[in-house]
Write a protein that binds this ligand. Structure first.
Ligand code: NAD
Ligand code: UGA
Length: 483
């Protein structure tokens, strides 16, 4: 395989990674044809929708990239076999969630979709095909892929051959397009120098050579798990200190600034909050934990597992704290939840802190009015395992459900109707619009005495105080003398 021979790319999996990544590759490499395939017909239809606001993934800047490349050298299709057969490079970008049953349930990655892809490629690929792991995978998965592909080589295979590379993706949701267009690094792991060169040549269209790192397969696979583990560890570390700040009168924002200016620590990923969400941090750490135990390293496994334990604790801590501040009960009380996505600028709710916090409060019998600018009602219902109730009439008394202590929720379209009649406002996602709220105007809509629980440090404490509202802010110890 020579550099110039990569002409056609197929990406299996049109999700949060496959869609944006391939859109940027197509945009930056007009000489390549890129086809993104998926079994999910609805998802592919949405990627093909002429209305760009209906793309299945919300990412700032994605619509413009798709508009430039789609129909030129980028296509989305359900014709998986045809796209694999036509490609000389196949990316596997399918989901790798935590196993829910069987061996390793609750920790190990479920690799059934990855294996299915490898088998599909083995069956229908033509000539030489470079297979690229884009999904985040347990270290040594490439061995299994190689063995599956090897079974399709040799006699009667029409001269088909394969090379396997690892090329993990480091984009973060909400900044996916800028991360892809200006990555800190691109990592390529492999054994076949020509295949590595071919993939490096794709990225070299826009990524400087010195940012394209080459490693062996296993280092590449493990670097991805390690990067996510280190990032998540920083969040659990700062959240542990946030709780300590609240107990001692320190302020976690001041502590983060003080330590972040040490160039060895650095300022990023020191924002205390409601714990990390997203589809990957928890699953990747649990996978690391599982692998460490498997390889006989229980102390290493325990060390990383504590990062997840602290994160779960932080989420329950916030819901407990809400109940405590509201005189020990939220049964039948209306609470306003601002933000459901796991972070701002995405419609993704996978492992969102809001899920655990809302579930805890529903369990306590709260009535939740939930607002999020991008998350759909159906998604919230799936996450909470509870259908939405009808929006209550503000002039009617408490509903039957409220009186019986049953937790209910409904979705709202604007902040004012969300907070109307509420005893407390919980800010769980740092959407820009929540930074600019007019508390003076909102305060009269709340039932007094009212609380603001700012889990994202987005409000101006002085403005909240002037509006006569009580404030809990993550990691804000206030003054221990006057508290
Ligand atoms: P996703 O669930 O959004 O998308 C995966 C897609 O693969 C789905 O649309 C599914 O229908 C499709 N699929 C599964 N099996 C298939 C098959 N056999 N043939 C065709 N299509 C198939 O997942 P995602 O968020 O894009 O994540 C994909 C991988 O990338 C995961 O391993 C994840 O850990 C990793 N990753 C994710 C992010 C992120 O920000 N979401 C960032 C870096 C890495
Ligand atoms: C993360 C990594 O940042 C990416 O490099 C990686 O590719 C990706 O996981 C993945 O493998 O899926 P993502 O989960 O999209 O990206 O978003 P992050 O910006 O990392 O945020 C994750 C969670 O941590 C969010 O809930 C966010 O609110 C929280 N967070 C982040 C904090 O609480 N504090 C911070 O300082 C930073």
């Amino acid at each position: 395989m020579t550099l110039s021979s990569v002409r056609s790319i197929c990406c299996i999996g049109a999700g949060y990674v496959g869609g944006p990544t391939m859109a940027v590759i197509a945009d930056r490499c007009p000489d390549l044809h890129v086809t993104v395939v998926d079994l999910n017909e609805q998802r592919i239809a949405a990627w093909n929708d002429s209305d760009l606001s209906k793309l299945p993934v919300y990412e700032p800047g994605l619509d413009a990239v798709v508009e430039r490349a789609r129909g030129r050298n980028l296509s989305f299709s359900t014709a998986v076999d045809e796209a694999i057969a036509a490609a000389d490079m196949v990316f596997i970008s399918v989901n790798t969630p935590t196993k829910t049953k069987g061996l390793g349930a609750g920790q190990a990655s479920d690799l059934r979709w990855v294996e299915a892809c490898a088998r599909q490629v083995a069956k229908v690929a033509t000539a030489h095909t470079i297979v690229v792991e884009k999904s985040t995978l347990p270290v040594r998965t490439a061995q299994a892929i190689k063995e599956i592909l090897a079974s399709a080589q040799g006699e009667g295979s029409d001269g088909r051959t394969f090379s396997v590379l690892s090329n993990p993706e480091f984009l973060a949701e909400g900044t996916a397009i800028s991360d892809l267009e200006g990555p800190d690094r691109v990592l390529i792991g492999g054994e076949d120098a020509a295949a590595i060169d071919a993939l490096a040549a794709v990225y070299a269209h826009w990524v400087p050579q010195e940012k394209i790192l080459r490693t062996n397969l296993w280092s590449s696979e493990l670097s991805k798990l390690t990067a996510n583990a280190f990032l998540a560890q920083r969040i659990s570390s700062i959240n542990s200190i946030a709780a300590f700040c609240e107990a001692t009168g320190a302020d976690v924002r001041e502590v983060a600034r003080a330590i972040g200016t040490d160039s060895r620590i650095g300022p990023k990923f020191l924002q205390a909050g409601p714990g990390f969400g997203g589809s990957c941090f928890q699953k990747d750490i649990l996978n690391l934990v599982y692998l460490c135990r498997h390889f006989g390293l229980p102390e290493v496994a325990d060390y990383w597992e504590s990062v997840v334990t602290l994160n779960t604790w932080q989420q329950h801590r916030i819901s407990r704290l809400v109940v405590q501040k509201l005189f020990g009960t939220v049964t039948g009380k209306r609470l306003a939840v601002l933000g459901f996505a796991f972070k701002a600028d995405t419609n993704d709710t996978r492992e969102a802190p809001a899920i655990r916090i809302c579930r805890d409060l529903l369990e306590e019998g709260a009535q939740l009015a939930i607002h999020d600018p991008k998350v759909e009602t159906d998604q919230i219902a799936r996450d909470l395992h509870l259908e939405a109730s009808a929006v209550p009439d503000p002039n009617a008394g408490p509903s039957r459900a409220a009186l019986s202590g049953e937790g209910t929720w409904w979705k709202t379209d604007d902040v004012a109707s969300t907070v109307s009649g509420a005893d407390a406002v919980l800010i769980l996602t740092e959407w820009k619009q929540y930074r600019q709220l007019d508390w003076q105007a909102l305060a009269p809509l709340l039932r007094q005495p009212a609380w603001i629980f700012d889990a994202r440090s987005v409000v101006d404490p002085a403005a909240v105080a002037t509006a006569g509202l009580q404030l809990w802010r993550v990691g804000d110890g206030g003054d221990p003398i006057t508290r």
